[in-house]
Design a protein around this ligand. Structure first.
Ligand SMILES: [Zn+2]
Length: 240
C-alpha cells in the first residue's frame, strides 16, 4: 500500500474525535453530476445559468422555470452512497467520527447510516409549505409532472429546504459545524477545493492535531495540512 494511505490509516486509528468536511467530490463518485457543468443539454433547455435559476429571486419570480431545472438537475433520489459515505458511517458507529459537515444536499450520508450530519446547504429531502410550513419529503417535488409543487393542506407553494443563491446559511447548522470542527482532533477535508464560502472560513476553527486534505487537485491549504493526498476519495477510504 502507498505510504500516504498507510499514514491515513494510522491517523484514523489514533483519532477519537474525527470530523469530515465534504464537498461535491464526495457525491460525484456516486454518479451525481455537477449541476453547474455546462453540458450541451443544459445549453439547449435553459435560458439562464444555473446560479441564476437557483437563486431566491428566480424562485419567487419564475417559479415554474425554477422547478423545471430543479426537478431535472437536482433529483438525487435514485443515487446510492459510495464507499466514502459507507466508511464514514462505520467510523461514526465505532465512536471515532463525531460529525460530518457537508456542502451536498443529496442525503447520501444519511442513506449510508450517518446520524450527525450538518448540511450547510440544506437538503432536497426536506420541503416546506411557504404559507402553513407543513413539512414534505422529496416525493412531492420530484414527481413526473412539470407542475409546481403545492401544499395538500392549504394549496400554497412548497419550497425546498435548500439554501439558494442570495440566501443565508442556517445559523444553527453553522454553529453546530463550528463546534464540531473546533472540538475535533482530526479534520478530514475531501472533495472540495476549499475556494468557496463557507468552506474556507469554517476550517479555520480547527485546532486539532491532524488536518488531512484529500482532493484530486492542489488547494491553497495544502501547506497547512498534516497529510495531503491527491487521490480519489473512494481509493483513500477503501484503504481503511
Ligand atoms: Zn400549506
Amino acid at each position: 500500500m502507498d505510504e500516504k494511505l498507510l499514514e491515513f490509516k494510522s491517523i484514523i486509528e489514533q483519532s477519537n474525535n474525527i470530523v469530515f468536511f465534504g464537498g461535491a467530490g464526495v457525491s460525484t463518485e456516486s454518479g451525481i453530476p455537477d449541476f453547474r457543468s455546462k453540458d450541451g443539454l443544459y445549453n439547449q433547455k435553459y435560458d439562464y445559468p444555473p446560479e441564476t435559476i437557483l437563486s431566491h429571486t428566480f424562485f419567487v419570480n419564475k417559479t415554474k422555470e425554477f422547478y423545471r431545472f430543479y426537478k431535472e438537475k437536482l433529483n438525487a433520489l435514485k443515487y446510492e452512497p459510495n464507499i466514502t459515505h459507507i466508511k464514514l458511517a462505520e467510523l461514526e458507529k465505532q465512536g471515532k467520527l463525531k460529525a460530518i459537515v457537508t456542502q451536498n444536499i443529496d442525503n447520501l450520508h444519511q442513506k449510508a447510516g450517518s446520524k450527525n450530519v450538518f448540511e450547510l446547504h440544506g437538503s432536497i429531502y426536506r420541503n416546506y409549505c411557504t404559507y402553513c410550513k407543513a413539512f414534505y419529503g422529496p416525493e412531492i417535488v420530484f414527481d413526473d409532472s412539470d407542475d409546481v409543487p403545492v401544499c395538500t393542506k392549504c394549496g400554497h407553494l412548497i419550497k425546498p429546504d435548500v439554501v439558494l443563491y442570495e440566501e443565508g446559511l442556517d445559523d444553527e447548522v453553522v454553529s453546530g459545524a463550528i463546534e464540531a470542527i473546533s472540538n475535533a482532533d482530526t479534520l478530514i477535508v475531501g472533495g472540495t477545493s476549499l475556494t468557496v464560502y463557507p468552506a474556507s472560513g469554517l476550517i479555520r476553527y480547527f485546532k486539532g492535531n491532524n488536518l488531512i486534505l484529500i482532493n484530486r487537485d492542489s488547494t491553497s491549504y495544502d501547506n497547512m495540512a498534516t497529510l495531503v493526498i491527491h487521490e480519489s476519495l473512494g481509493k483513500v477510504f477503501s484503504s481503511i
